[in-house]
Design a protein around this ligand. Structure first.
Ligand SMILES: [Zn+2]
Length: 90
């Protein structure tokens, strides 16, 4: 089945639009296409799941460098961030 006037996105385009999708800057039409691809494509669902976790982890570390680090962040990285923060404050 093909909806008239709407072409489906392919997996490559999903990769291209993933940033805009996650920061909600896609137009509603692109967003709808993106979602419908995700509904049909298991590979892209797992891809976007992994991508989201990576982005969320990055945000967590950089938004709150003094808070307790998530368990799966390497301690070296946390120390480096805290060092960078401390030297920036001096
Ligand atoms: Zn796909």
């Amino acid at each position: 089945m093909r909806l008239s006037g709407i072409s489906m996105l392919n997996c490559h385009q999903i990769e291209e639009f993933i940033d805009s999708y996650l920061d909600e800057s896609l137009s509603w039409r692109r967003r709808a296409l993106f979602r419908s691809h995700l509904l049909m494509c298991r590979e892209c669902r797992s891809y976007i799941g992994a991508y989201k976790r990576t982005v969320a982890l990055g945000k967590k570390v950089f938004d709150d460098p003094v808070g307790p680090p998530p368990d799966d962040v390497p301690e070296d990285l946390v120390r480096a961030i805290i060092r960078a923060r401390d030297s920036a404050e001096k």
